[in-house]
Design a protein. Structure first.
Length: 501
């Protein structure tokens, strides 16, 4: 115990250290190397007839334990499920039973034995061979009790939200539903990847560390490369590099990656998050709307078995087609105001009337965005494409073919939040330079989230980018929707938090 003072441990942990020494005195290795398993708990529970009276071998963590002198019942949990085991001294022998008497809830064991049902009908393994695989030295948070048929039943709980996020490993052990959320997360990503691969799009990788960040309006994380003696930024989006690949001749590329934005943390934002970005040549934002509604619907069916999902008490139907609602029509619908073509001062007055707070340096686009976030977005429960944004809000989107004050952009909204962002991509390098210069002016006026001017990207556009549509989709928010999770922290294994004191 070189780095730990025994006096600092609580009594339960001291007892477990004592048991550890007793196990070693029995010449038993409390931290063994491997264990051969023949099946899983769930396979036995699902097909009892196949396994009845057959010998099986499996391993798992002890989650309940009831000793009765020369015998004991316990439940062990592997990745798939919990199953009851019945350990008798006469079956496993004196040595193994002496070791078993020193086990605790949380220990990991391997067992071999026959599958049967008890008098109460519970599927159980009658253990003939038992091996301690890992001794638990820190007790699991088993703190709740309930009465069932006059008996006191202790069951798992780990309710402290901050501790659950901070100690996700414990959360996963004692809260099975949490483990299921992350299994679904993996299935959502793999289903999305298969959908895009089947369409013939190429999965690629682009730089995480970038000399100029871009592709979104956000503050970056900054670092320094010692050998080159240059400042680098962790990417806030993959967009500008993926569009360089479209210039280079690829006609459909996507990336599923971590992006990083130095911004606040709330129920839908984490500084490190997962994004899927897709770019398809010779198509526009109408094509991408069709793709999004089809892809999300198919992912829901694959993962949940239905186009309908229940999110925080609301039934949401993801069946295509989703309504297309132009942004300024949405303003009329939910604020009663016609904000199209209004000057900056008129928009400031409208925001004040609607009790929406603004900053003095904001341009018209930023004011509209804030009004939308507060007064429109919460109403968009069923899936809806908000489309045709003001040009000020979208420095990388192509101007609308019917109205140069707007751009061909849409965002899919579900359950009151945006889950993606897509354009008919701007491929006019002269217009793009002007838009970048406007962003530079906003930055100089105090907007820290305004975009940077990227000369190399402009050079790429000058070589010629075909008509292209692009999409960015927030994986974390999609997982929240499809797993009925209220916070982004519920769907990220290790969310960003302050260090423990």
């Amino acid at each position: 115990m070189s780095n730990e003072n025994l006096d600092d441990l609580n009594e339960v942990m001291k007892t477990r250290r004592s048991k550890l020494e007793q196990i070693k005195e029995l010449n038993v290795n409390p931290f063994t190397y491997s264990y051969e398993r023949s099946t899983t708990a769930q396979e036995i529970l699902d097909d009892f007839e196949k396994f009845e009276e057959k010998e099986v071998s499996l391993a798992g963590r002890i989650m309940s334990l009831r000793r009765m002198g020369k015998a004991a019942f316990a439940h062990i949990m592997d990745m798939s499920a919990r199953i009851q085991i019945y350990v008798r001294r006469d079956e496993v022998g004196e040595q193994s039973y002496a070791t078993f008497k020193l086990t605790d809830i949380g220990d990991i064991i391997g067992v071999k034995g026959k599958v049967l049902k008890t008098k109460t009908g519970e599927i159980t393994i009658l253990v003939s061979h038992l091996q301690l695989l890992t001794k638990n030295l820190r007790p699991l948070p088993i703190v709740k009790e309930r009465e069932e048929e006059g008996k006191k039943i202790v069951y798992d709980a780990f309710a402290d939200t901050e501790m659950r996020y901070r100690q996700r490993y414990v959360d996963l052990i004692v809260n099975r539903d949490v483990k299921d959320v992350f299994i679904k997360r993996s299935r959502i990503i793999s289903t999305m990847r298969k959908y895009l691969d089947d369409l013939g799009y190429l999965e690629v990788e682009t730089p995480v560390l970038q000399p100029i960040y871009g592709g979104a309006s956000a503050r970056p994380f900054t670092t320094h490369h010692n050998a080159l003696d240059i400042t680098l930024y962790m990417r806030i989006a993959d967009e500008l590099y993926l569009k360089r690949l479209i210039v280079g001749g690829y006609e459909g590329v996507y990336e599923i990656s971590k992006d990083f934005r130095n911004e606040g943390i709330d129920r839908t934002h984490n500084p490190e998050f997962t994004m899927m970005e897709l770019y398809v040549a010779y198509q526009d934002y109408n094509f991408m709307m069709n793709l999004v509604e089809d892809m999300v619907n198919k992912i829901a069916i694959e993962v949940n078995g239905s186009s309908k999902v229940n999110y925080q008490g609301e039934e949401i139907d993801l069946t295509a087609p989703w309504p297309r609602l132009p942004m300024f029509e949405a303003f009329k619908k939910y604020t009663g105001m016609d904000l199209y073509g209004k000057s900056r001062d008129e928009l400031m007055a409208a925001a004040q009337e609607l009790h929406v707070e603004t900053e003095s340096f904001w341009d018209s686009g930023k004011i509209l965005d804030e009004i939308f976030s507060e007064k429109v977005e919460p109403n968009l429960i069923q899936p809806t494409f908000i489309c045709d944004y003001p040009v000020e809000l979208s420095p990388l989107a192509k101007r609308h073919r019917n109205d140069p004050k707007l751009v061909e952009r849409f965002e899919p909204y579900v359950a009151g939040r945006e889950i993606g962002n897509a354009f008919s991509e701007l491929n006019d390098p002269i217009d793009q330079r002007q838009r970048f210069e406007e962003q530079v002016a906003l930055r100089e006026a105090g907007d820290e989230e305004a975009q940077m001017l990227d000369e190399d990207f402009l050079r790429a556009l000058e070589y010629g980018m075909p008509p292209t549509t692009g999409l960015g989709m927030g994986i974390d928010r999609l997982v929240m929707l499809l797993t009925d999770s209220p916070s982004i922290r519920d769907v990220i294994f290790f969310p960003t938090m302050r260090p423990e004191k």
